[in-house]
Design a binder for this molecule. Structure first.
Ligand SMILES: [Mn+2]
Length: 365
């Protein structure tokens, strides 16, 4: 097993002599369990050394499982909307599970003169930030890096402390969810999970992992089932109009469609009405096909806007896209709404069919 004590040592020396400081822990705009647990870990480690922290993000915590996680584990994330960050409030920013490229707060932190103290991440190295300290490792979950620090003395976990149990549970959830239930886990992730195991709250972990679906989500899954078209292992489903608050049901519906025996790739999309009056087609792709490459699949299928940005992209087994409607946005009477959806639905499906090379005419079930 690799000796990681050096990294933990240099991380701890970074925190030395910083008593009385206040750090902003920066999460990506749409924080996931890995990021949330890392932020929580940094907070408790820093607290031990007299450093105050705020855990902040600039977007939205969506997906009911993530909302359940922060509620059940009592993790108080702060959302920083669009306004400026007051200067003099923070001595430094610490980026966990990101390197600033998936964060809309970086320019505002710069404007407020907040220096980047640390970047702790497991994504491929990017050059957006120039932090004092960085630890970027090839590991399944960033939570495993924070756990590695803890196991090397950053924090002495005690089962008798409820906060420590909540932290261990959060990190375990981060590792499990980020590695697809350990399928993509690397040795350090297993070491971290083994270290955390004695401290976790099993019941709480179960509760976070087994969030029940809301009625709305069930309805959207039903529509996705009804409207699905399957061709050569690909399953496409347009689900019509939905409110922006139900947007998270789209990836959940795609997850569900992927469970059908003959399906290796599922794409679900719908017309989302936003609170500011605009509309867009939002979609999610899920695949079990290792060779597919969601990023290029979506870019090739849907192309890009006139200004040259792609409508979508993704990572190894998932992706998403958003196509703004622009001039066609806004509430219409039933007939026009129907026409509008039908036009987009057919156009999108056609683009995917072209990409996978199947004949559109064979569309009739
Ligand atoms: Mn991560």
């Amino acid at each position: 097993m690799e000796d990681t004590s050096k990294q933990a040592e240099s991380f701890l020396s970074l925190l030395e002599g910083r008593e009385g400081e206040r750090h902003a822990i920066i999460l990506q705009d749409f924080p996931d369990p890995d990021a949330i647990s890392c932020a929580f870990a940094y907070r408790l480690i820093a607290e031990e050394r007299g450093i105050e922290t705020d855990m902040v993000y600039g977007g939205r915590v969506s997906h009911q499982e993530n909302i359940a996680m922060i509620n059940l584990l009592d993790i108080d994330l702060t959302e920083w909307g669009q306004g400026p960050i007051p200067s003099g409030q923070f001595d430094g920013a610490v980026f966990v599970d990101n390197q600033g490229t998936t964060v809309n707060l970086v320019d505002r932190l710069d404007a407020a003169g907040v220096p980047s103290i640390a970047v702790i991440d497991h994504h491929a190295k990017q050059d957006r930030l120039k932090p004092l300290y960085q630890d970027i490792r090839v590991v399944g979950a960033c939570a495993s890096i924070l756990t590695d620090y803890i196991s090397h003395g950053a924090l002495e976990l005690k089962s008798s402390k409820p906060e420590h149990r909540r932290l261990a549970t959060a990190l375990m959830h981060g590792i499990i969810s980020e590695t697809g239930s350990m399928i993509t886990a690397l040795p350090l992730d297993f070491t971290a999970a083994a270290f955390l195991q004695p401290y976790i709250d099993n019941e709480l972990l179960m509760e976070i992992l087994h969030q029940q679906r809301s009625h709305r989500v069930m309805e959207i899954i039903r529509m996705a089932l009804e409207n699905r078209v399957i061709r050569e292992g690909y399953c496409f489903s347009g689900i019509g109009y939905l409110r922006s608050s139900d947007r998270d049901a789209i990836p959940q519906a795609a997850d569900f469609l992927l469970t059908e025996a003959t399906v290796h790739t599922a794409v679900v999309y719908g017309m989302v009405s936003h609170s500011h009056g605009g509309e867009s087609i939002n979609g999610s792709l899920r695949t079990t096909e290792v060779a597919l490459g969601p990023d290029s699949f979506l870019k090739d299928s849907l192309g890009k806007t006139e200004s040259g940005s792609y409508y979508g992209g993704g990572k190894s087994n998932a992706g998403g896209f958003a196509i703004p409607l622009g001039f066609l946005s806004g509430k219409d009477d039933a007939e026009l709404s129907h026409l509008k959806w039908k036009a987009y639905d057919e156009k999108i499906r056609k683009k995917f069919f072209i990409k996978i090379g199947v004949d559109e005419v064979s569309d009739e079930e």
